[in-house]
Design a protein around this ligand. Structure first.
Ligand code: 9D3
Length: 362
């Protein structure tokens, strides 16, 4: 991937890009970053890139004609490139956004300075605007470095093991804490379980710790990422549960709501009454149909090999793909192979609503 950075401070980038994995990636030719000095495109003797704002106000605004010249050259140098303006006005960069940009052949990053850039640049000359978060920087350069770092590590070969890239997706919530020797330093001890050699216990501890930290420190990750991926399947629902499904879908932003009703007549009637709900004769079919999905069957008081609400939620957070929560009946046949931890579900609407409330932090 080639990344061209247009800036009035080309020197800003050399040190930041030469070190660590980014430096190695550059050495390997996986990513080539070049800077382009915006002043080179200023027509006048003083290389003026900014001017006073129309309508008055403090500070200076970067000129549209200078940016036009720079971007015309950039688009010639990198045909088919995606042009991004770093700007507080942009959408906030996410891990998914970094992955999307990593799929581009070539990228052009435009760094603004002063009070901003003439709006016509954003409107007519770039493909999109990106912010890196809600805080004020002195210019786009630091943001461009962040974008380059986040995008480059998504490129194949930049980060050693490709799983560690996948595992780091931000949708997955926070990680468990890591320790290395010595086992005790001053009065700070490494948690016993990590030195026990009991891999099952270590795995459980890490899962629980990651879940706890995510809930405590970043509850919005739990709330924001889950419902849109959640599919709800009601097994042989009562009339009241059935009637509530469309409302539940709206209220919790669920991706899909479905119901399994074995009796053909009852199913036909329900299909007529609730067109937004997907119906299945039996969940064996649904299981086959959604065979790549994670199935989570919930229990209020989990027995051996069963999932508690907290564990189920953690599993759901961990899943980048669809999550199907099945409740209200016997374990669906088709799902058994997909979910080893399948358990009996709590019966009825109140249990489900309680679970969804906890899920979205209400
Ligand atoms: C004082 C000027 N501000 C008036 C509302 C607007 C403003 C313009 C330009 C504020 C900051 C900047 C410089 N910042 C960036 O160019 C920038 C940025 C940021 O400040 N925060 C988060 N992401 C980004 S991406 C580019």
């Amino acid at each position: 991937m080639k990344i061209r950075v247009i800036t009035i401070f080309p020197e800003f980038f050399a040190a930041g890009l030469g070190e660590g994995l980014l430096g190695k990636a550059a050495d390997k030719g996986l990513v080539q970053v070049e800077t382009d000095d915006l002043r080179a495109y200023a027509g006048d003797r003083h290389h003026t890139v900014d001017d006073q704002p129309y309508g008055g106000g403090p500070g200076m605004v970067m000129k549209v004609d200078v940016w036009d010249a720079a971007l015309t050259t950039a688009r010639e140098a990198l045909p088919g490139c995606r042009v991004v303006l770093l700007s507080p006005q942009g959408q906030t960069l996410t891990d998914g956004g970094a992955r999307r940009l990593a799929n581009e052949e070539n990228l052009v990053l435009c760094c603004g300075r002063y009070e901003g850039v003439d709006e016509r640049v954003a409107e007519h000359l770039v493909d999109e605007q990106l912010s890196i978060g809600d805080y004020v920087l002195t210019g786009g350069e630091a943001a461009a470095l962040v974008v380059i770092d986040a995008v480059a590590r998504k490129l194949p070969g930049v980060v050693g093991r490709s799983e560690s890239v996948e595992r780091d997706t931000f949708t997955a919530g926070l990680k468990f804490p890591q320790y290395t020797r010595p086992p005790s330093y001053r009065e700070w001890a490494v948690p016993e379980v990590l030195m026990s050699g009991d891999h099952g216990a270590i795995e459980s501890w890490r899962l629980a710790e990651a879940e706890r930290r995510t809930r405590e420190r970043r509850p919005e990750l739990v709330v924001a990422t889950l419902p849109g991926r959640l599919r709800l399947v009601a097994v042989e629902p009562s009339a009241a549960t059935l009637a509530a499904l469309p409302e539940l879908q709206r209220a919790y932003g669920l991706a899909i709501v479905a119901a399994a009703i074995a009796d053909p007549e009852a199913r036909a009637a329900a299909e007529k009454a609730y067109p937004a709900v997907k119906f299945h004769g039996q969940l064996a079919n649904a299981g086959r149909r959604w065979s790549e999905d994670e199935w989570i069957h919930l229990a209020d008081a989990p027995g051996p090999g069963q999932l508690s609400f907290a564990q189920a939620r953690h599993r759901a957070i961990e899943q980048a793909a669809g999550v199907t929560v099945s409740f209200g009946g016997p374990a669906p046949r088709g799902a058994a192979a997909a979910a080893p931890a399948l358990v009996e579900a709590p019966k009825g609407l109140p249990a489900l609503v309680a679970w969804l409330d906890r899920l979205v932090g209400r």
